[in-house]
Design a protein. Structure first.
Length: 360
Protein backbone atom coordinates (compact mmCIF):
# COMPACT_ATOMS: atom_id res chain seq x y z
CA UNK A 1 0.00 0.00 0.00
CA UNK A 2 1.20 3.50 -0.77
CA UNK A 3 2.30 5.59 2.22
CA UNK A 4 -0.02 8.60 2.25
CA UNK A 5 0.91 10.06 5.61
CA UNK A 6 2.78 9.26 8.80
CA UNK A 7 0.46 11.47 10.89
CA UNK A 8 -3.25 10.63 10.66
CA UNK A 9 -4.30 13.26 13.22
CA UNK A 10 -2.34 16.53 12.87
CA UNK A 11 -4.05 17.92 15.99
CA UNK A 12 -1.61 15.79 18.00
CA UNK A 13 1.13 18.23 16.92
CA UNK A 14 -0.57 21.48 15.89
CA UNK A 15 -3.73 23.35 16.92
CA UNK A 16 -5.15 26.86 16.81
CA UNK A 17 -7.06 28.30 19.77
CA UNK A 18 -9.43 31.26 19.47
CA UNK A 19 -10.33 32.90 22.77
CA UNK A 20 -11.54 36.06 24.50
CA UNK A 21 -9.28 37.98 26.86
CA UNK A 22 -10.44 38.73 30.40
CA UNK A 23 -7.51 40.62 31.93
CA UNK A 24 -6.98 38.01 34.65
CA UNK A 25 -6.79 34.27 35.20
CA UNK A 26 -7.89 32.67 31.94
CA UNK A 27 -7.62 28.96 31.14
CA UNK A 28 -7.98 28.04 27.47
CA UNK A 29 -8.70 24.45 26.43
CA UNK A 30 -8.00 23.27 22.90
CA UNK A 31 -10.84 21.76 20.86
CA UNK A 32 -8.92 19.45 18.51
CA UNK A 33 -9.36 15.69 18.20
CA UNK A 34 -6.33 15.12 20.43
CA UNK A 35 -5.09 16.78 23.58
CA UNK A 36 -2.19 19.11 22.84
CA UNK A 37 0.37 20.26 25.39
CA UNK A 38 2.29 22.77 23.29
CA UNK A 39 5.99 23.57 23.30
CA UNK A 40 5.90 26.54 20.90
CA UNK A 41 3.09 29.07 21.39
CA UNK A 42 2.50 32.06 19.11
CA UNK A 43 -0.03 34.59 20.47
CA UNK A 44 -1.65 37.51 18.67
CA UNK A 45 -4.41 39.89 19.71
CA UNK A 46 -6.92 39.91 16.85
CA UNK A 47 -9.24 42.82 17.61
CA UNK A 48 -6.64 45.48 18.41
CA UNK A 49 -3.01 46.39 17.81
CA UNK A 50 -0.54 44.43 19.90
CA UNK A 51 2.75 42.69 19.26
CA UNK A 52 2.94 39.02 18.40
CA UNK A 53 4.24 37.09 21.43
CA UNK A 54 6.20 33.85 21.04
CA UNK A 55 7.04 31.50 23.90
CA UNK A 56 8.58 28.05 23.99
CA UNK A 57 9.19 25.47 26.71
CA UNK A 58 12.94 25.41 26.08
CA UNK A 59 13.27 29.10 27.01
CA UNK A 60 10.64 28.74 29.75
CA UNK A 61 7.07 29.74 30.59
CA UNK A 62 5.36 30.88 33.79
CA UNK A 63 7.61 32.65 36.28
CA UNK A 64 10.65 32.13 34.07
CA UNK A 65 8.81 32.94 30.85
CA UNK A 66 10.37 35.09 28.17
CA UNK A 67 8.62 36.45 25.10
CA UNK A 68 9.90 37.25 21.62
CA UNK A 69 8.03 39.41 19.11
CA UNK A 70 7.94 38.61 15.39
CA UNK A 71 7.01 42.18 14.43
CA UNK A 72 10.21 43.72 15.80
CA UNK A 73 13.90 43.04 16.35
CA UNK A 74 13.86 43.32 20.15
CA UNK A 75 15.66 40.85 22.39
CA UNK A 76 13.50 38.57 24.52
CA UNK A 77 11.88 40.05 27.60
CA UNK A 78 10.49 38.60 30.82
CA UNK A 79 6.76 37.99 30.48
CA UNK A 80 4.72 36.05 33.02
CA UNK A 81 1.35 36.45 31.30
CA UNK A 82 1.57 32.83 30.12
CA UNK A 83 1.19 31.18 33.52
CA UNK A 84 1.37 27.56 32.39
CA UNK A 85 1.14 25.19 29.46
CA UNK A 86 -1.45 22.55 30.31
CA UNK A 87 -2.13 19.01 29.11
CA UNK A 88 -4.59 20.42 26.58
CA UNK A 89 -4.19 24.19 26.36
CA UNK A 90 -2.74 26.94 28.54
CA UNK A 91 -3.48 29.37 31.37
CA UNK A 92 -2.98 33.15 31.24
CA UNK A 93 -2.79 35.93 33.81
CA UNK A 94 -2.65 39.73 33.63
CA UNK A 95 -2.95 41.25 30.16
CA UNK A 96 0.35 40.69 28.36
CA UNK A 97 -1.01 42.06 25.09
CA UNK A 98 -2.90 38.82 24.42
CA UNK A 99 -5.36 38.63 27.34
CA UNK A 100 -6.81 42.12 27.56
CA UNK A 101 -10.37 42.23 28.80
CA UNK A 102 -12.87 42.27 25.92
CA UNK A 103 -10.31 41.63 23.17
CA UNK A 104 -10.30 38.58 20.88
CA UNK A 105 -7.10 36.60 20.45
CA UNK A 106 -5.52 33.65 18.66
CA UNK A 107 -2.82 31.22 19.76
CA UNK A 108 -1.09 28.91 17.28
CA UNK A 109 0.49 25.93 19.08
CA UNK A 110 3.04 23.31 18.07
CA UNK A 111 4.13 20.27 20.08
CA UNK A 112 7.81 19.36 20.19
CA UNK A 113 9.16 17.08 22.95
CA UNK A 114 7.30 18.16 26.08
CA UNK A 115 10.05 20.54 27.12
CA UNK A 116 12.65 17.73 27.41
CA UNK A 117 16.00 18.81 25.98
CA UNK A 118 19.42 17.30 25.44
CA UNK A 119 22.91 18.59 24.79
CA UNK A 120 24.01 18.39 21.15
CA UNK A 121 27.69 18.49 20.19
CA UNK A 122 27.30 17.91 16.45
CA UNK A 123 28.47 21.47 15.75
CA UNK A 124 31.39 23.63 16.81
CA UNK A 125 28.94 25.33 19.22
CA UNK A 126 27.29 22.98 21.71
CA UNK A 127 23.53 23.46 21.55
CA UNK A 128 20.56 22.51 23.71
CA UNK A 129 18.02 20.71 21.55
CA UNK A 130 14.37 19.79 21.95
CA UNK A 131 13.35 17.70 18.94
CA UNK A 132 10.38 15.73 17.59
CA UNK A 133 11.44 13.72 14.55
CA UNK A 134 7.87 12.50 13.90
CA UNK A 135 6.48 16.02 13.37
CA UNK A 136 9.73 17.43 11.97
CA UNK A 137 10.22 20.22 14.52
CA UNK A 138 13.10 21.17 16.78
CA UNK A 139 13.86 24.05 19.14
CA UNK A 140 17.56 24.83 19.59
CA UNK A 141 19.23 27.16 22.09
CA UNK A 142 22.85 28.21 21.68
CA UNK A 143 25.33 30.92 22.62
CA UNK A 144 27.19 32.67 19.81
CA UNK A 145 30.98 32.79 19.51
CA UNK A 146 31.44 35.26 16.61
CA UNK A 147 33.38 32.63 14.65
CA UNK A 148 32.90 32.64 10.88
CA UNK A 149 31.30 29.41 9.67
CA UNK A 150 30.44 28.21 13.18
CA UNK A 151 28.07 25.24 13.27
CA UNK A 152 25.12 24.40 15.53
CA UNK A 153 23.43 21.00 15.76
CA UNK A 154 19.69 21.02 14.94
CA UNK A 155 18.75 17.54 16.19
CA UNK A 156 17.81 15.86 12.89
CA UNK A 157 19.72 13.33 10.78
CA UNK A 158 18.98 15.19 7.54
CA UNK A 159 18.76 18.87 6.66
CA UNK A 160 15.65 20.77 7.78
CA UNK A 161 13.65 22.52 5.06
CA UNK A 162 13.22 25.82 6.93
CA UNK A 163 15.18 27.36 9.80
CA UNK A 164 14.31 30.50 11.77
CA UNK A 165 16.89 32.09 14.07
CA UNK A 166 16.41 34.97 16.52
CA UNK A 167 18.89 36.78 18.76
CA UNK A 168 17.64 36.64 22.36
CA UNK A 169 20.15 38.77 24.28
CA UNK A 170 22.87 41.38 23.87
CA UNK A 171 20.94 43.61 21.48
CA UNK A 172 18.45 43.61 18.65
CA UNK A 173 18.44 41.10 15.80
CA UNK A 174 16.44 40.24 12.71
CA UNK A 175 14.25 37.15 12.53
CA UNK A 176 16.24 35.25 9.90
CA UNK A 177 14.16 32.79 7.85
CA UNK A 178 16.30 30.56 5.64
CA UNK A 179 15.67 27.62 3.33
CA UNK A 180 17.73 25.55 0.91
CA UNK A 181 14.68 25.53 -1.39
CA UNK A 182 14.78 29.23 -2.26
CA UNK A 183 17.18 31.41 -4.17
CA UNK A 184 17.35 35.19 -3.75
CA UNK A 185 14.18 35.66 -5.80
CA UNK A 186 12.33 32.84 -4.07
CA UNK A 187 12.51 30.38 -6.95
CA UNK A 188 14.11 26.95 -6.80
CA UNK A 189 17.84 26.69 -7.22
CA UNK A 190 19.20 27.23 -3.73
CA UNK A 191 21.67 24.70 -2.36
CA UNK A 192 23.21 23.82 1.00
CA UNK A 193 26.10 26.09 -0.01
CA UNK A 194 23.90 29.12 -0.72
CA UNK A 195 20.68 29.26 1.34
CA UNK A 196 18.78 32.53 1.08
CA UNK A 197 17.19 34.62 3.78
CA UNK A 198 13.92 36.39 4.43
CA UNK A 199 13.21 38.50 7.52
CA UNK A 200 10.07 37.62 9.46
CA UNK A 201 9.99 41.04 11.13
CA UNK A 202 9.85 43.11 7.92
CA UNK A 203 8.75 43.26 4.29
CA UNK A 204 12.16 42.88 2.64
CA UNK A 205 12.53 40.67 -0.42
CA UNK A 206 14.72 37.57 -0.28
CA UNK A 207 18.36 38.35 0.42
CA UNK A 208 21.61 36.56 -0.36
CA UNK A 209 23.43 37.93 2.69
CA UNK A 210 24.15 34.40 3.92
CA UNK A 211 23.59 35.10 7.61
CA UNK A 212 22.77 31.40 7.57
CA UNK A 213 25.70 30.06 5.54
CA UNK A 214 24.62 26.43 5.13
CA UNK A 215 21.83 24.07 6.21
CA UNK A 216 23.28 20.58 6.42
CA UNK A 217 22.32 17.09 7.56
CA UNK A 218 23.21 17.61 11.23
CA UNK A 219 24.12 21.30 11.58
CA UNK A 220 23.31 24.86 10.58
CA UNK A 221 26.34 26.96 9.60
CA UNK A 222 26.39 30.56 10.79
CA UNK A 223 28.05 33.74 9.64
CA UNK A 224 29.76 35.88 12.27
CA UNK A 225 26.93 38.40 12.33
CA UNK A 226 24.90 39.88 15.20
CA UNK A 227 21.54 38.40 14.17
CA UNK A 228 22.92 34.85 14.28
CA UNK A 229 26.33 34.62 15.96
CA UNK A 230 27.55 37.45 18.19
CA UNK A 231 30.03 36.42 20.86
CA UNK A 232 28.39 35.58 24.19
CA UNK A 233 24.84 36.36 23.06
CA UNK A 234 21.99 33.87 23.31
CA UNK A 235 19.93 32.66 20.34
CA UNK A 236 16.96 30.42 19.55
CA UNK A 237 16.78 28.41 16.34
CA UNK A 238 13.50 26.83 15.18
CA UNK A 239 13.87 24.06 12.56
CA UNK A 240 11.20 22.48 10.36
CA UNK A 241 11.21 19.41 8.11
CA UNK A 242 8.48 18.46 5.66
CA UNK A 243 6.34 15.59 6.91
CA UNK A 244 4.03 13.96 4.39
CA UNK A 245 0.41 14.69 5.19
CA UNK A 246 1.29 17.15 7.99
CA UNK A 247 3.61 19.97 6.90
CA UNK A 248 4.87 21.51 3.68
CA UNK A 249 7.21 24.39 2.83
CA UNK A 250 7.99 25.74 -0.60
CA UNK A 251 7.24 28.34 -3.22
CA UNK A 252 4.77 29.14 -5.99
CA UNK A 253 4.48 31.67 -8.81
CA UNK A 254 1.48 34.04 -9.00
CA UNK A 255 -0.71 34.60 -12.09
CA UNK A 256 -2.74 37.72 -11.11
CA UNK A 257 -6.02 35.87 -11.73
CA UNK A 258 -9.00 35.23 -9.47
CA UNK A 259 -8.53 31.68 -10.77
CA UNK A 260 -5.13 31.69 -9.11
CA UNK A 261 -2.46 29.01 -8.84
CA UNK A 262 -3.19 25.81 -6.95
CA UNK A 263 -0.47 24.78 -4.52
CA UNK A 264 -0.35 21.08 -3.65
CA UNK A 265 0.57 20.32 -0.04
CA UNK A 266 -0.82 16.80 0.33
CA UNK A 267 -3.24 17.86 3.07
CA UNK A 268 -6.09 20.20 3.97
CA UNK A 269 -4.35 23.22 5.55
CA UNK A 270 -5.05 24.37 9.08
CA UNK A 271 -2.44 27.17 9.05
CA UNK A 272 -0.68 28.98 6.24
CA UNK A 273 1.89 31.79 6.12
CA UNK A 274 2.86 33.45 2.81
CA UNK A 275 5.61 35.94 1.97
CA UNK A 276 6.39 37.40 -1.44
CA UNK A 277 10.10 36.74 -1.88
CA UNK A 278 11.04 38.65 -5.05
CA UNK A 279 9.78 42.01 -3.77
CA UNK A 280 8.70 43.86 -0.65
CA UNK A 281 5.48 42.58 0.96
CA UNK A 282 3.95 41.75 4.33
CA UNK A 283 3.84 38.24 5.76
CA UNK A 284 0.21 37.04 5.73
CA UNK A 285 -1.05 34.37 8.13
CA UNK A 286 -4.32 32.45 7.63
CA UNK A 287 -5.92 29.61 9.61
CA UNK A 288 -9.00 27.39 9.62
CA UNK A 289 -10.41 28.70 12.90
CA UNK A 290 -10.67 32.38 12.01
CA UNK A 291 -12.09 31.31 8.60
CA UNK A 292 -13.88 27.99 9.10
CA UNK A 293 -15.18 27.93 5.51
CA UNK A 294 -13.97 29.19 2.15
CA UNK A 295 -13.20 31.85 1.05
CA UNK A 296 -10.28 32.25 3.50
CA UNK A 297 -9.84 36.03 3.80
CA UNK A 298 -9.04 36.90 7.42
CA UNK A 299 -5.35 37.76 7.73
CA UNK A 300 -2.82 38.70 10.35
CA UNK A 301 0.65 40.00 9.50
CA UNK A 302 3.67 38.46 11.22
CA UNK A 303 5.74 41.62 10.68
CA UNK A 304 3.24 44.15 12.09
CA UNK A 305 1.27 44.61 15.31
CA UNK A 306 -1.92 45.32 13.33
CA UNK A 307 -5.27 43.82 14.20
CA UNK A 308 -6.63 41.15 11.88
CA UNK A 309 -8.46 42.31 8.77
CA UNK A 310 -10.44 41.07 5.81
CA UNK A 311 -7.99 40.99 2.95
CA UNK A 312 -8.40 41.06 -0.82
CA UNK A 313 -5.56 38.49 -0.85
CA UNK A 314 -8.10 35.68 -0.68
CA UNK A 315 -7.61 31.93 -1.04
CA UNK A 316 -9.33 28.57 -0.58
CA UNK A 317 -8.23 25.74 1.70
CA UNK A 318 -8.76 22.52 -0.28
CA UNK A 319 -8.44 18.84 0.64
CA UNK A 320 -4.93 18.60 -0.80
CA UNK A 321 -3.61 22.17 -0.78
CA UNK A 322 -4.65 25.78 -1.27
CA UNK A 323 -5.72 27.92 -4.21
CA UNK A 324 -5.21 31.65 -4.61
CA UNK A 325 -8.38 33.68 -5.32
CA UNK A 326 -7.19 37.29 -5.22
CA UNK A 327 -6.71 38.82 -8.67
CA UNK A 328 -3.58 40.96 -9.12
CA UNK A 329 -2.78 40.98 -5.40
CA UNK A 330 0.86 41.89 -4.83
CA UNK A 331 1.09 40.22 -1.43
CA UNK A 332 -0.05 36.77 -2.62
CA UNK A 333 -0.76 36.63 -6.37
CA UNK A 334 0.99 39.12 -8.64
CA UNK A 335 1.69 37.91 -12.17
CA UNK A 336 5.04 36.14 -12.32
CA UNK A 337 5.92 36.98 -8.73
CA UNK A 338 7.41 34.32 -6.46
CA UNK A 339 6.09 33.46 -3.00
CA UNK A 340 7.42 31.47 -0.06
CA UNK A 341 4.98 29.59 2.17
CA UNK A 342 4.81 27.44 5.29
CA UNK A 343 1.75 25.23 5.85
CA UNK A 344 0.52 22.81 8.53
CA UNK A 345 -2.37 20.36 8.22
CA UNK A 346 -5.89 20.01 9.49
CA UNK A 347 -6.06 16.53 7.96
CA UNK A 348 -3.98 14.56 5.44
CA UNK A 349 -5.38 14.22 1.91
CA UNK A 350 -5.46 10.45 2.43
CA UNK A 351 -5.05 8.72 5.77
CA UNK A 352 -2.56 5.91 6.37
CA UNK A 353 -5.48 3.54 5.85
CA UNK A 354 -6.22 5.04 2.42
CA UNK A 355 -9.28 7.06 3.49
CA UNK A 356 -9.55 10.43 1.67
CA UNK A 357 -10.33 13.68 3.46
CA UNK A 358 -13.00 16.15 2.36
CA UNK A 359 -12.62 19.75 1.15
CA UNK A 360 -13.79 22.74 3.22
Amino acid sequence: MAVYTTIDDPSVYFQTAIYNGNGGANTITNDGNANLQADWLWFKERSSTSSHHIFDTSRGVGGSGKALYTNNTDAEAADTALTSVNTDGFTLANTGGFNENGQTNVCWQWKCNGGTTSSNSSGSITSTVQVNTTSGFSIVLYTGNATEDATVGHGFSSAPDVVIVKRRSGGTGYWIVSSNNLDAQGTTGGSPDSPRNLYLNDTTAGQSDRVIRQINATTVNLQSQASANSNGDNYVLYNFKKVQGYSHFGHYVGNASADGPFVHTGFKPAWLMIKRSDSSANWHIYDNKRDATNVVETALQANTNSAEFTTTNKLDFLSNGFKLRGASQSTTNADGATYFYMAFAESPFVSSAGVPTTAK
